[in-house]
Write a protein that binds this ligand. Structure first.
Ligand SMILES: Cc1cc2nc3c(=O)[nH]c(=O)nc-3n(C[C@H](O)[C@H](O)[C@H](O)COP(=O)(O)OP(=O)(O)OC[C@H]3O[C@@H](n4cnc5c(N)ncnc54)[C@H](O)[C@@H]3O)c2cc1C
Length: 429
């Protein structure tokens, strides 16, 4: 029942993935900055052959359940795979599991009409097209009650008006899943509905593509999008009117686990690099690896990484056991909240151990530290996940209605003496 080893057949697959990622995808990362740009000629030349190898190995889009032609691996196996794939930027695309397409495919499969599935689902799973999830607005992402982008019924159409911020990859997407207010006066969780908006719908304007700090200028993929009277058919509503949050949740649970393990993979790569440098660089006649303060950085990094992986794997195991995300949502919140810090601390230490070289763009540490901030913000800020976790932990805590806490030692001692009748027995006190 309990075990910390993969079964031998799956371990063979993990070993193959490890080799493939190190020899094929790590070099690819240096050549392809944006795997979502399907029209980039170099990307068209280099990525599809690797995707084909993954397909032949039957490891393509493994996050998909058997109902969508996937292997139905379960979250624990997916977590182990993602740890290896996450060493690289292009890895998820080569394995057909890149966000947000993976989550958007699950949404389409669950809520899309037969026509929408025919048009988009197969091509999305095959990475012949890419997609976008368009929810955050410029005036505030953490508080959806401030969202104003609206969808109004007009005859046989929904008409969308408003602005969205950080709609990743919108410029490359064939369709966008847009969250829009349909019921402004409803309670906070019933105001928004989710829609499929084809990218060629008149009225969609990319105001600009924003660069992330540390990426090449002009290569931005975080789109600021304006919708002006964008008109879509009625059946492009996903799920129920006002049920946008339920639709959005479909993409988050498993995705957060995959993301966390990919981050563990990246942090593990930073730790490997830190160890190599410590072993190889001599200062005052001895390798850095002999300096106790450097040893502490390495030991702390290993401990934090292994603790984090155990939390993620336990959460993945619980998802597989219960098959009920509601029951595991606090575990998932804890994983999401812990993820950025692990990468931030380990990549920062690796940077420090590399000295001046560490702060340059000749090493990837600065970019990874910045990526830890992306993780602390995208898909909900860390603070929001911590609040949700704490609320869950506090929900069923009973109030102890007495002057001193229930574990107050003198009060407990008195109760213990009474329990064992010590005050009655002579000579026991
Ligand atoms: C790399 C990246 C990719 C993204 N991709 C997408 C995408 O594809 N689609 C999409 O719709 N959005 C996307 N986002 C947007 C993301 O979801 C929002 O940035 C996020 O929800 C936070 O919203 P905000 O940026 O407006 O920050 P704000 O809501 O203004 O929050 C700012 C800060 O306030 C603090 N804070 C917020 N709430 C609380 C609280 N309750 N208690 C204490 N402190 C709090 C946090 O420190 C937070 O970082 C992406 C973001 C990043 C960084």
């Amino acid at each position: 029942m309990w075990g910390f080893e993969a079964e031998p057949e799956f371990q063979r697959e993990l070993d193959w993935i490890d080799q493939f990622v190190r020899t094929e995808i790590e070099p690819l990362d240096l050549l392809i900055e944006n795997p979502f740009d399907l029209n980039d000629p170099l990307r068209r030349r280099l990525i599809p052959p690797l995707q084909q190898e993954v397909r032949e190995r039957k490891l393509w889009a493994c996050h998909l359940g058997s109902h969508l032609g996937g292997p139905g691996f379960g979250q624990l196996k997916l977590a182990l795979m993602n740890e290896i794939i996450g060493r690289t930027h292009c890895g998820p695309t080569v394995f057909g599991s890149q966000a947000p397409d993976s989550g958007n495919a699950e949404i389409l499969a669950h809520y899309g009409t037969a026509d929408l599935k025919d048009r988009y689902l197969g091509p999305l799973i095959e990475n012949e097209i890419v997609s976008c999830f368009s929810m955050t607005e410029p005036q505030g992402g953490s508080d959806p009650t401030t969202f104003t982008t609206s969808a109004e019924l007009d005859g046989d159409s929904w008409v969308i008006n408003g602005e969205k911020w950080f709609s990743s990859h919108a410029s490359f997407a064939s369709f966008l899943i847009v969250m829009a207010v349909t019921d402004a006066d409803a309670p906070p969780h019933g105001r928004l509905s989710a829609f499929v908006v084809p990218a060629d719908t008149p009225g969609i304007e990319i105001v600009r593509d924003i660069d992330l700090y540390g990426h090449s200028p002009g290569q931005g993929t975080q789109s600021y999008v304006r919708y002006t009277n964008a008109r879509i058919p009625l059946d492009h509503l996903l799920g129920e009117r006002g049920g946008g949050f339920a639709v959005a949740q479909t993409r988050l649970g498993g995705g957060r686990i995959h993301h966390a393990m990919r981050t563990a993979g990246l942090a593990g790569r930073a730790l490997e690099m830190m160890c190599e440098r410590a072993a190889s660089r001599s200062i005052q006649g001895e390798p850095l690896a002999r300096k106790q303060l450097v040893q502490e950085m390495i030991a702390d990094s290993w401990i934090e990484l292994e603790q984090f992986k155990l939390l993620v794997l336990r959460t993945a195991w619980r998802i597989d056991q219960y098959n009920d995300y509601r029951r595991v949502r606090h575990d998932i919140a804890a994983v999401k909240a812990a993820t950025p810090g692990v990468l931030n601390r380990i990549a920062s230490r690796a940077l420090q151990v590399h000295g001046s070289l560490g702060v340059t763009s000749e090493m990837p540490f600065g970019r990874w530290v910045m990526e830890s901030f992306h993780m602390a913000i995208a898909d909900g800020a860390t603070e929001v996940h911590k609040l949700n976790l704490a609320k869950g932990l506090l929900r069923d805590v009973p109030v102890h209605d007495a002057l001193f806490p229930s574990q107050h030692i003198p009060t407990q001692l008195q109760a213990a003496r009474e329990r064992f009748e010590l005050d009655k027995a002579s000579g026991d006190s």
